[in-house]
Design a protein around this ligand. Structure first.
Ligand SMILES: [Zn+2]
Length: 296
């Protein structure tokens, strides 16, 4: 078919074809999601191999804060090869510990960001003592968007101050609990952020808030990202990486590479994953269904 439509019958055929194609794409992406979340074997060995390959190619590994500080120290970043490693602990602290152990074995350092629901104070202290960084993966804006069932970006303005106050309370509590500097923080991405089109790190546009809490850098800051040549994150089967694979980056020999991983995607944990999926469905229903009025 060349895409030219001259008869009603042809129009119907195109729609039927498009619908089948959409259904096929939907089934395929659901299968990829199910396979990645529930069936794929652990890939921790792949992570070890990946780190070794980068180190063998002359890359110096960094946490977010170590890279930020070397950037600000005036050292010539373009002179060497740098690999910034960030882990968002959305779900599975056990998998985070496995990744940290691997990094210890190969001599790599990185940043691990924990949500309030995945806090593991002992592990955070171990990470920090090893020369890596453990800090906060925050989501206060999304929490309030869901609590007040906000559905547009315009309404978010009404809750920014409250979300910043909540962030400050949680951040200080975490600092006290862990005794760690938490000099960098990283924004979590939630369906609620996508629903209104505003990320959690919108809260940290306030330099006053950063100064008052002692936050040096946010993981999405443009000044931090400016020297990054390749930025990739782990994804679903069959690609496993977005937007390109680390092997392609290694072939190019990019000077500054930023890799984001989610440790829960690197080993199978059916119980945790199922609980998370159920929680997501319940949260989505509470947010979208008119079961109760808005609380704002
Ligand atoms: Zn996250």
């Amino acid at each position: 078919m060349d895409g030219t439509i001259s008869e009603p019958g042809a129009v119907c055929l195109v729609f039927v074809d498009m619908n089948w194609r959409n259904i096929g794409v939907g089934i395929r992406s659901t299968w990829y999601r199910l396979y990645s979340d529930y069936l794929a074997p652990a890939r921790m060995q792949d992570y070890r191999d990946l780190l070794r390959e980068f180190i063998d190619h002359g890359y110096e590994t960094h946490s977010i804060i170590s890279f930020w500080r070397s950037l600000n120290s005036g050292s010539d970043i373009s002179a060497g090869r740098h690999l910034i490693l960030r882990h968002d602990i959305d779900l599975d602290c056990g998998a985070a510990k496995m990744m940290h152990d691997i990094e210890q074995q190969v001599g790599a350092r990185s940043s691990f960001y924990f949500r309030l629901c995945t806090l593991d104070v002992d592990l955070m202290k171990q990470i920090e003592q090893s020369g890596s960084e453990a800090s906060y993966h925050y989501e206060e804006l999304a929490t309030l968007i869901k609590r007040y069932r906000i559905s547009s970006a315009d309404e978010v303005a009404d809750i920014v101050k409250e979300a910043q106050s909540l962030f400050a309370v949680n951040y200080r509590m975490l600092k006290e609990m862990t005794g760690l500097p938490l000099a960098s923080v990283a924004s979590h991405g939630d369906f609620a952020n996508r629903a209104v089109g505003i990320p959690n790190h919108y809260l940290l546009q306030s330099q006053d808030l950063r100064d008052c809490l002692g936050i040096e850098v946010e993981a999405y800051d443009s000044k931090l990202m400016a020297p990054v040549v390749a930025r990739l994150s782990d994804g679903l089967y069959p690609m496993w990486w977005n937007p390109i694979s680390p092997k392609d980056v290694l072939k190019r020999g990019d000077s500054v590479v930023y890799i984001l991983t989610h440790p829960s995607r690197w080993r199978r944990n059916i119980v945790l994953r199922f609980g998370e999926d159920v929680n997501r469905v319940v949260e989505g229903l509470k947010y979208r269904l008119p079961l109760s009025g808005r609380n704002l």
